[in-house]
Design a protein. Structure first.
Length: 404
């Protein structure tokens, strides 16, 4: 491909932020935004972010109502984002999800391919169902597909036989495979993917947005009436994020306050746990915090905690470090690829409250200089990842032209 030619990318992911769900899949948007801004090779991008079909927007329908509220088209960060609908079968439709998605979106992709210059490749995120659907669609349209493995799509979903077979099928036919961590790459290898076909490109962090805000250590603490050590836990209120373990650890950290930022179905149960443990004065639920406001909270905290059972490459760890705040995290695969030096924090060898509390206490007793934590985080910007993507995409486009 001529270096001056524009690479036309169709980014395909149901994990993408939208007007009704601004935090949904923000890590996909961030990687794409930095790719476009890199300037290494001219790229144009259209995002196809399918949304489950649901007819009603009334709040009583919970998260399904949010699907109905998503616009059919919007522009985010200067990028055109389309939100076509596809049918879902709650609870029983996991095995047919890729087929339902692909069949519903085939007319949309055909229309995109036939007008406005079309697109050169499909950049799909999350192997199941998105990656499987994207590979099938790419086959129908004669377009190469790159699939990025991001976490539960390859370290949890393959425990189910039929999805595992579909993931293997998609991996064998994708022209490129990206993993956001070495640990996830090993899961792909265990699924039968040749190691040399996998490109490891970790997530990055926006170092201009996530940076220390020293004034927040005074202003935010005053706003919230905080005294003493502050522990921050950011993530959805779901089991695998381990907030229940972090709350249990607070019983052993008697002088600290825990702030939990996030929302999810386990909130009522977590509130009961806090009340029963007598921790209501020291555990606060902040609700969801807008992405651009998170640096204030990371900067105000003394340490952040991630007690997840599974992660690909957790953005909250990178974001915390970029704000100068050390991290204590359970050893959820990609975590240990980030927290490799003591200045960054600690990796808990076991996922239990006692171990977590011990390591948090250790960091609080001898905290690293916040400037040193920030300096450590500078290695995790997006430049290297964007360069790796462009190199892979251009190689695939060059090979496709040769084959054509």
């Amino acid at each position: 491909m001529d270096a001056a030619r524009t690479i036309r990318i169709l980014s395909f992911s149901s994990l993408y932020p939208n007007a009704a769900q601004p935090r949904h899949g923000v890590f996909v948007e961030e990687r794409l935004r930095h790719l476009v801004a890199s300037g290494g090779v001219s790229v144009t991008v259209t995002v196809l972010a399918p949304v489950p079909w649901f007819p009603w927007t009334h709040p009583r329908f919970g998260h399904y109502a949010r699907f109905a509220a998503v616009p059919s088209e919007e522009f985010r960060q200067g990028i055109r984002v389309l939100h076509p609908r596809y049918p879902v079968l709650p609870k029983i439709g996991m095995s047919v999800a890729p087929w339902l998605m692909a069949r519903a979106l085939l007319p949309v992709l055909r229309k995109l391919a036939s007008r406005e210059g079309g697109f050169d490749l499909i950049d799909a995120h999350y192997f199941y169902p998105d990656g499987v659907a994207a590979v099938w669609l790419g086959k129908q349209l004669g377009k190469p597909v790159v699939v990025t493995a991001r976490g539960t799509d390859v370290n949890w979903i393959p425990q189910y036989w039929l999805p595992r077979q579909q993931i293997r099928w998609a991996a064998s036919r994708a022209r490129g495979i990206i993993s956001v961590s070495k640990a996830l790459a090993e899961h792909l290898v265990n699924l039968g993917v040749a190691r040399e076909r996998i490109t490891v490109l970790r997530n990055g962090v926006d170092l201009d947005v996530f940076r220390p805000e020293p004034e927040a250590r005074t202003t935010l603490r005053n706003e919230l009436g905080l005294e003493g050590a502050v522990v921050l836990s950011v993530g959805g209120l779901i089991e695998r994020k381990g907030h229940h373990i972090t709350i249990d650890a607070m019983r052993r950290l008697e002088s600290a306050t825990l702030l939990i930022a996030g929302e999810g179905p386990l909130k009522a149960g977590l509130l009961r746990q806090v009340a029963e443990a007598g921790l209501s004065a020291r555990v606060r639920f902040l609700g969801p915090i807008a992405h651009e406001h998170l640096p204030r909270y990371f900067s105000a905290a003394d340490v952040s905690v991630l007690a997840s059972s599974r992660e690909g490459m957790p953005n909250v760890v990178l974001e915390s470090l970029a704000c100068g705040t050390p991290v204590v995290a359970c050893n959820a695969e990609g975590v240990s690829e980030v927290l490799v030096e003591a200045v960054a924090g600690r990796v808990a060898p076991s996922r239990d409250a006692e171990t977590l509390a011990s390591l948090v206490a250790e960091v609080l007793a001898a905290p690293p200089a916040r400037d040193d934590v920030r300096a450590y985080a500078l290695r995790f910007g997006w430049d290297e990842t964007s360069a790796g993507q462009l190199k892979l995409f251009q190689h695939i486009c060059d090979s496709s032209e040769t084959l054509g």
